[in-house]
Design a protein around this ligand. Sequence first.
Ligand SMILES: NC(=O)c1ccc[n+]([C@@H]2O[C@H](COP(=O)([O-])OP(=O)(O)OC[C@H]3O[C@@H](n4cnc5c(N)ncnc54)[C@H](O)[C@@H]3O)[C@@H](O)[C@H]2O)c1
Length: 376
Amino acid sequence: MTQQELIEVDLGQRAYPIHVVAGGLDGLGLALAERFALGRVMLVTNPVVAVHHQGAALASLEAAGFEPEVIHVPDGEGCKTMQTWTDLVGRLLDARIDRVTPVIALGGGVTGDLVGFAAASVLRGVPFVQVPTTLLAMVDASVGGKTGFNTPQGKNLVGAFYQPRLVFAATHVLSTLEPAEFRCGLGEAVKHGVIRDAALVDWMEEHSAALRARDPVATAWLVRRCCEIKAEVVASDEREAGVRAILNFGHTVGHALETALGHGSLRHGEAVMLGMLVETRLAIQRGWCREPGMLARLIHLARLLQLPVHLPEAPLMHADRSFRDKLDLAVRMDKKTVRGTLSLVVPIQMGAVQLQSATAEDLVALMDLTESWENS
Ligand SMILES: NC(=O)c1ccc[n+]([C@@H]2O[C@H](COP(=O)([O-])OP(=O)(O)OC[C@H]3O[C@@H](n4cnc5c(N)ncnc54)[C@H](O)[C@@H]3O)[C@@H](O)[C@H]2O)c1
């Protein structure tokens, strides 16, 4: 990959560029200056990201001639709540932003989702910019315009489709990311391969050592390829009336695990990896998947990437009726449930998925995730 590549999300009037930069945040200000008139910009981040990257973001914006102002939101999935969104909207209004003041999210998927929904709702919409700082946000969350927060009923049940005007993914910021968080991004990247690009799965298998070692060249290549895939899917179905639903592979089970265990107790990328395995298991059991070896291959890849393939506490939890009830309710609350029927994205072969109807019972029965489940 060259130092910087531009990928277009082709959405007509709402089209926008994704800058994938094999470098730091130095070019952020200039990238913004290509899209916005100089003036005030709101930089919203959290205290963890601020320590490492707020200075570079501010310096770049100021060097380009912007007047950035900083707002901090609390960190973590547990803070992706209505309260945090309410506080942020209040802070933006107190700052007297106007309808042309860009609001920049500097952070992972949690910060991006929350700031995006605040940008969508304050003054009925102000320009929004995504500067993802986790691998998961670079390969997935920052592209496509899904914004929102969690409620006690489930993940991401309140929000809006609201596209950013620009995404700036500078892969050097990942050097400060915890290893476990980096691995979560690899989980979402596996998803892109399974749903759309078998060659990406081959590539991840071949380059698993480089990915584990966070090799910058391999990382930048992965971010670019995943952004291309996501941009293509989003461009063909912005509001998930059809094909975009395939991006939810692994998420029905993943979200149910996150909700039942309590938001924040399992990382999103880990939950999605487990979700992909369970949903593949169902697809094989029902004969929808034409590659019976696919589950074993995905488990192998998850192990290569040091992602979880079972939950240590699973046997105890799954034996507990109230935990199974929580899982059951969480699956029923999935946004893809229409009139009581859940549309589940299932793999039919590597690189191709389809929608099938499933019930909450089908899935919960397969969510035992004990050490031996993979042999079942
Ligand atoms: N909108 C979408 O399309 C979409 C898609 C996938 C996931 N998501 C959402 O994304 C969220 C998960 O995002 P995530 O995995 O990025 O988690 P996250 O935002 O919680 O980030 C993980 C942790 O890493 C810290 N961090 C971020 N960047 C860092 C850096 N460069 N250096 C050091 N620490 C850093 C964060 O502050 C946080 O503590 C979930 O809420 C999920 O629902 C949204």
